[in-house]
Design a binder for this molecule. Structure first.
Ligand SMILES: NC(=O)C1=CN([C@@H]2O[C@H](COP(=O)(O)OP(=O)(O)OC[C@H]3O[C@@H](n4cnc5c(N)ncnc54)[C@H](O)[C@@H]3O)[C@@H](O)[C@H]2O)[C@@H](O)CC1
Ligand SMILES: [K+]
Length: 248
């Protein structure tokens, strides 16, 4: 099914497979910029803003849990947790794997630790019964390898059991960003904020309300000889825009 993605102003946005998005990332980090630190900061700030607008007036009273993996997706989630904690929000961060945290997410964690935001261990989170208003799903992005297992699987199943609203970063964890297939458990998202460009696997029945976030990639990166994407900057004066997917 060939999905097409449109902004609220009717502009069609090209979609990309995981492979093409990895190449966009490579062109940005190795050729044009922005680097990974800058892109992840933009991803996380946009996710914090999206969480605030999802909670509308209640965001400072809400109980927010951020589930973060050890890769780039996790880094965006940790960055959002820091921005929210910095503004007095009640946010707890749960890392699926502290020891495997990559360099850039580890830097985001270091900044988070200088806020009054709290980290919560998986076993404590799974044991808590306090009401949760919003879960940010930053466990797995486009590097999903197979059916989720281990801590990520435990956290996905835990999140799905709650009646809290779930906002996924880039792709609901456990969903294949190229095909939309779900090899195993996956996050049942009410909303998804995807980064830079929509992925071909962002099926409406998987994403919930879909938003596209700008992470500052220049048009020259999309025009790179290995990509040649037909891309018109869609954001105007906004950094997050609603997308609708249509299969015709
Ligand atoms: N231009 C972009 O699109 C950018 C993307 N970024 C984010 O970075 C993500 C890609 O980052 P990475 O390539 O580091 O990888 P991901 O963050 O997508 O996934 C790696 C994490 O998923 C876990 N994982 C993968 N398969 C699993 C399985 N079957 N069971 C349990 N855990 C599993 C790994 O252990 C690791 O924690 C993107 O999805 C996006 O969210 C950001 O870095 C900003 C730039
Ligand atoms: K995710």
């Amino acid at each position: 099914m060939e999905l097409k993605f449109f902004t609220d102003t009717g502009l069609e946005i090209p979609s990309v497979t995981a492979e093409q998005m990895i190449e966009v990332d490579r062109v940005a980090t190795e050729e044009t910029g922005p680097n990974l630190f800058q892109m992840m900061e933009n991803a996380g700030r946009n996710l914090a803003l999206q969480a605030i607008s999802t909670l509308n007036g209640q965001w400072q009273q809400a109980n927010i849990i951020v589930l973060a993996g050890s890769g780039g997706n996790g880094g965006g989630g940790i960055c959002a947790a820091r921005h929210l904690a910095n503004r007095g929000a009640n946010v707890k961060l749960c890392l699926s794997s502290v020891e495997r945290l990559k360099e850039v997410p580890a830097w985001q964690r270091r900044i988070f630790q200088a806020t009054n935001g709290q980290e919560i261990a998986i076993e404590d989170l799974l044991a808590t019964d306090e009401p949760i208003d919003l879960i940010l799903d930053a466990l797995i992005g486009y590097s999903l390898r197979a059916a989720p297992r281990g801590n990520a699987l435990d956290l996905i199943e835990w999140a799905n059991r709650l009646d809290a609203s779930i906002l996924s970063l880039d792709i609901p964890s456990g969903v294949d960003s190229t095909t939309g297939d779900t090899p195993g458990a996956f996050i049942h998202a009410q909303g998804t904020m995807t980064l830079a460009l929509p992925k071909t696997g962002l099926l409406p029945e998987r994403t919930g309300e879909l938003t596209l976030a700008d992470i500052g990639i220049p048009a020259g990166a999309y025009a790179w000889k290995t990509l040649q994407l037909d891309y018109l900057p869609p954001f105007g004066d906004r950094y997050r825009i609603p997308l609708t997917a249509r299969d015709h």
